[in-house]
Structures are given as C-alpha cells and as structure tokens.
Write a protein that binds this ligand. Structure first.
Ligand SMILES: *Cc1c(COP(=O)(O)O)cnc(C)c1O
Length: 418
C-alpha cells in the first residue's frame, strides 16, 4: 500500500470524528465554543449549519431552511451539486495544487471560457485570485499603472456612492461606507465618490487626473441599486474620452445571477472582476483584462498569488459555467426571476421592489428588516437585510418557482410580525 492510501482514510476519519463530536453538542454550546475560538468580526452566527442539498440547508438541531441567500450570491448551483462535487473531488485526486511557476489544463480552459462568455476582444487576458476583494486589489494595482505623466499625473480614482468593493485595504479604500473605512485610515488611494446613476456626475468628475472608475453594474450590498444600460454605456464613453480605465465589479452580479453571464453586457469595460458565483461555493476570484493595450499594464513580477488559478478552483469554475450553459440556466433565471418581483410588489407592507434575474431587493414600508430576517429564519427561510428597511434575495440560480412561491406565501404574516 502506498503511503498516500495508508494515510488518507485515517486523516479523514479523524477530522470527521472531531466534527461529529461537535455536531452532537447543542447550538448554545457550539455558539459558546465559536465565541471562544473565532475572532469576533462577524458577530454571533445565526445558526450552526451541518448539511446542504440543492436549495436547502439543515442546522445542528435538524431544522431545514430554504436558502434564499445562496451564501450571498455564491451557491449558483445550490448545495452539494453532484457534478460540481464530483469534478472537484476528481481534480483534487488528480492534481490539487501547483504553484504559479506552472500551469494546468483546467486553468487555461477556464481563462479561455471566461474570455469567450465575456465576448472579450482578441488580446484580452485573465488573472485568477481567490476572492472578490483580491480580484479588485489586482484591478486597483493594474489601474494605478495608468499614472499619466510627471507633468499631468493621474492620481485619483472615482467610485460610486454606496459602492462596496471588499475589505482589504485597497478595495476598502473604494468602498463607500464610512463605518468600514474610518477605523483603518489613512486609505492607500485618493478616491472620490460620485452619485450613482446620474450621467452628469461622471461627466463632471472624470478628467485627466483620474486613473480609473470603479462601478458595480448593480450595487448589491447597497440593497440591489440598479444602474441603467445607458449609464454603463455613458461611463464607457466618458472614461475612454478622458483616458481613464473603466472597471466593472461583477463580483456579485456576474456568472448568470441577473439572467445573462454579466450584468454589464454588452458594454465592455477595460477590466472586470468576478468571484462569488464563479466557483459555485469553491473560493475563486478572477480579473478579466480587456484588449491588448490593457494587458500591457501588468508585466512579469508586477502581481502574484500562491493559490490563485489552482486546478481545483478552476475546475469548479468550469463546472459552474458548463452547468449554466447545458441546463439553460440563464433563460430559467430570466423567467423565474421576474415572477417573484411582480408578486412581491403586491405584498402588503412592501413599498418597492428592485432587481434582475435572481438578485432581488424589497423595501419594507414599516417593518424592521433585521427583525424580518430573524422571523423568516424561525419559519425556515434564509434571507438577508442590507439595512434596516431592505431585504435582499440571492438564491441559487436553480431555485424553482414553486420554492419561491412557498416563501411568498409565508411572507405576509412574517412582515406583519416584524
Ligand atoms: C462580495 C463583494 C466583494 C468582495 O468579495 P469577497 O470575496 O468577499 O472578498 C467585492 N465586490 C462586490 C460587488 C461584492 O459583492
């Protein structure tokens, strides 16, 4: 017996025993253990989850939940998707990690696939990272190279009010919320935020001092704030005119979430960042750099990562895209996504509904959103509050109308109670 086969089962068994022992404990004991061992940046966890299948997850006490948040727009194919889990396992059993001194067929295949589905022009290239914030860090580094000249330096970056781009220092410097940024001042960049959605704002702000403009095509964390196709096209025209680079952050909106692969299509930016849904739950981020002139901004040694582009993550990305294509999920997202928004608009206590595809937010006229989240959880539904009056839904793309209908039927009394 080889050393590997001798050790592998034992290691797994040990890990499983330890986890299984914990799974026997009550939720309150586990919450205590969590608080003793995990840094308190997330607050108290709402539940201890032990299993997922399709659109459902189960907690340590055996309660079932319909997952209408999908790990925050991550679990594209639902939980424990058989194809995704089997290709991840077989890739890991074949070749799990190599450094970026090497490449692998899955890395090249995913890069080629991303260039294909983003309609990237010849000469476009991909960089792989492990998360959304890392993809945005890469984009920020790339756009810093658009530095202008000594006499006319480009020292400013433009982002939108309410923007969310991540929590590492570079991405954080683009993020609008003062509460997230202020404790970690000073920021590394010189960022100006402009009102979202008003074409006159970038027209006035983007000049020869600006290196880049960062835009989420739909502002997810802000509560699914929509930007029009005309606005995205205007941003494209204005940045090109001013010599600034345009970055679309599609970390939340990409990979079929809105009913097309990218919410910004057909507008093509200079750089697009992806993460969340790309791996269907396996961590991966990506930066697509459009056009030969933009790929020249970063040269060997300018950026790097140990894990980024590893064969397992890239295989996960390929399986997600393959499933979206082979199961016509984009069509399904468009038809199933529209319907609940129409129904939600008619629910008493809801004052506004926004969204595209499987990304939806609704405003509560009176009810308290965090209270509604807690009540929905008690009733077996995972939803999310982006602020005190806004609820966001980002379920797996494969969720059915019947499952969405179950939530809609349960909603009126839950709103009344909140
Ligand atoms: C979630 C998110 C990020 C950050 O991604 P992480 O993987 O959490 O680092 C960046 N931009 C947008 C638009 C997001 O929704």
């Amino acid at each position: 017996m080889s050393e590997q086969t001798a050790h592998t089962p034992k290691t797994i068994e040990l890990a499983t025993d330890q986890v299984q022992e914990l799974a026997q404990l009550s939720s309150s004991v586990l919450a205590e253990r969590y608080q003793q061992s995990l840094l308190g940046v997330f607050g108290a966890p709402r539940r201890v989850l032990v299993r997922g299948a399709g659109r459902h997850v189960w907690d340590a006490d055996g309660n079932q939940y319909l997952d209408l948040l999908g790990g925050i727009a991550v679990n594209t194919l639902g939980h424990a998707n058989p194809l995704l889990t089997s290709v991840i396992a077989s890739q890991l059993a074949t070749l799990g990690h190599v450094s970026n001194f090497f490449t692998s067929p899955s890395q090249i295949a995913l890069a080629e696939k991303l260039l294909e589905i983003s309609a990237a022009p010849a000469g476009s290239k991909v960089f792989f990272a492990n998360s959304g914030t890392e993809a945005n860090e890469a984009a920020l580094k790339l756009t810093r190279r658009n530095a202008g000249t000594e006499e006319a330096p480009r020292t400013r970056v433009i982002a939108l009010e309410q923007a969310f781009h991540g929590r590492t220092l570079g991405a954080l410097s683009l993020t609008y919320k003062e509460k997230y940024r202020a404790p970690f001042a000073p920021p590394p960049g010189n960022v100006t935020w402009i009102p979202a959605g008003d074409i006159d704002a970038p027209r006035a702000a983007v000049d020869e001092t600006v290196s880049a403009v960062f835009i989420e095509p739909i502002q997810g964390e802000a509560g699914v704030k929509m930007l029009s196709a005309q606005y995205l096209q205007a941003a494209r025209d204005i940045t090109r005119e001013a010599g600034a680079l345009l970055v679309f952050d599609e970390v939340q909106t990409g990979m079929g979430r809105t009913g097309s692969f990218f919410a910004s299509a057909p507008v093509i930016p200079d750089v697009m960042t992806l993460a969340k849904g790309l791996g269907g739950g396996f961590p991966i981020g990506a930066m697509i750099v459009f056009g030969q002139e933009n790929t020249a901004w970063l040269t060997p040694g300018d950026h790097g990562t140990t894990f980024g582009g590893n064969p397992v993550a890239c295989t996960a990305g390929l399986a997600v895209i393959h499933t979206i294509e082979s199961q016509n999920l984009l069509d399904q997202v468009r038809s199933n996504g529209h319907w609940p928004r129409e129904q939600l608009a008619a629910v008493p206590g809801i004052s506004a509904v926004r969204g595209a595809g499987m990304l939806t937010a609704f405003e509560l006229a009176q009810a308290n959103a965090p209270k509604l989240v807690a009540a929905a959880l008690e009733a077996g539904f995972i939803i999310n509050a982006t602020d005190d009056s806004t609820i966001r839904l980002a379920p797996p793309l494969v969720i059915t109308q019947e499952q969405l209908g179950g939530f809609l039927a349960a909603l009126p009394p839950l709103i009344a109670s909140a």
